[in-house]
Design a protein around this ligand. Structure first.
Ligand SMILES: NC(=O)c1ccc[n+]([C@@H]2O[C@H](COP(=O)([O-])OP(=O)(O)OC[C@H]3O[C@@H](n4cnc5c(N)ncnc54)[C@H](OP(=O)(O)O)[C@@H]3O)[C@@H](O)[C@H]2O)c1
Length: 337
């Protein structure tokens, strides 16, 4: 099959679009002809190599995909060749979590092999592109904003990195709950796009200090200033600064650390504001079911920046790494089912 493969970890130069033998099917498994694969920042981490996670080499990135069943192991029932499916990227086996595009070969490829339990039937009225956007970024945002974050209409919510996959989803979900959203991103153009998506206020943090903005708009933290919820999956230098934007009794939600996982912090703000710092990791199947329903009813529309063919997937990955996109990028493949 054709795939985007890396034989060693490193910069974007390690990616190759080439032929690779598709894996054999083991009992319990299904082969899916990938139609759409959405990109996540996790793909960059997989390519670079992550401390504590052993990625088999050669590796294939791509955690999120939807497609058509092309082969079913003899012992699998309930799925047939031609079925439209969304793949839940994660499976649990031998007491461990495994994920495609991470510890298993991913979906920057014509085919991906997963267990039957990872398949979710895809109704005809949800496109492969929309479905492929849902699991990693949107599923995680759904759990973070609703289950862990308990965001309500009474909340003001500051989202850093709001222009990416998790960010745009967090914005849409917070607006769905009726919250006031202050969306922060790195360019004026992205801020304009965030306003179009429903953000009540936007901050271009390349030109505006978001802590100063918060202070000017909401007042001193000692007299009711700050936001009820601050969403920070960027980490790095933004972490300590974002604690200065949390209202008394507010909460910080985090599911990632794009710019660094061991940032400097400032304990004074944590105790003075009596804030809750809530971690959120991944999604449950119920998050995906709810997102599929919302997508089907049109209440939720994945934000797709662009679509490229598999042979141009390396350029798409580069755009992701260089932050030259808004929402999600989708790679399309069309090998026979
Ligand atoms: N725990 C989990 O289960 C889970 C699940 C999904 C994602 N995550 C994590 O959440 C984070 C966001 O994921 P994503 O897929 O939404 O990423 P993404 O689509 O690439 O969006 C991240 C956005 O953050 C902003 N950003 C700020 N500093 C950055 C930096 N140093 N490098 C790159 N981008 C930076 C960029 O927007 P501007 O250009 O506008 O600044 C970028 O568009 C990642 O760290 C990812 O690993 C965790």
């Amino acid at each position: 099959m054709k795939a985007i493969v890396f034989d060693e970890h490193g910069s974007i130069d390690v990616l190759r679009y080439r032929e690779i033998d598709a894996p054999d099917l083991l009992p319990g498994e299904v082969r899916v002809a990938v139609r759409s694969c959405s990109l996540n920042y996790h793909d960059v981490f997989t390519r670079q190599g992550m401390p504590g996670i052993k990625v088999p080499l050669p590796g294939i990135p791509g955690c999120d995909c939807a497609g058509v069943v092309s082969e079913v192991a003899d012992d699998v029932s309930g799925w047939s060749i031609g079925d439209r499916v969304l793949v839940d990227p994660v499976k649990y086996e031998d007491g461990k979590m495994w994920m495609i595009g991470d510890t298993l070969w991913g979906a920057y490829a014509e085919y991906v092999v997963v267990t039957a339990e990872q398949l979710i039937g895809l109704p005809d009225d949800i496109s492969f592109d929309d479905a492929a956007c849902l699991p990693v970024a949107y599923g995680t945002a759904h759990r973070m904003m609703f289950t862990r974050g308990q965001v309500t209409a009474d909340d003001s919510v500051l989202i850093l990195g709001a222009s990416g996959g998790v960010g745009t989803s967090a914005l849409l979900l917070a607006k769905m709950r009726g919250a006031k959203v202050i969306a922060a991103a790195g360019t004026d153009e992205k801020c304009a796009q965030l306003a179009d998506l429903g953000a009540d206020e936007t901050i271009n943090y390349s030109s505006t200090d978001f802590v100063k903005y918060c202070r000017e708009q909401t007042g001193s933290l000692f007299s009711g200033g700050g936001y009820d919820v601050v969403v920070n999956f960027t980490g790095g230098d933004t972490w300590a600064a974002s604690l200065k934007c949390v209202k008394q009794g507010g909460r910080v939600l985090t599911c990632g650390a794009t710019a660094g996982f061991d940032p400097k912090t400032d304990l004074r703000f944590i105790w003075t504001a009596e804030m809750d710092i809530r971690g959120s990791n991944g999604w449950k199947r119920s998050d995906l079911d709810q997102l599929l329903t919302l997508t089907r009813t049109g209440e939720f529309s994945p934000v797709i920046d662009s679509r490229v063919d598999l042979k141009n997937g390396i350029q798409a990955h580069q755009a992701l790494e260089e932050r030259a996109f808004f929402g999600k990028i989708v790679i399309n493949a069309s090998a026979p089912a």
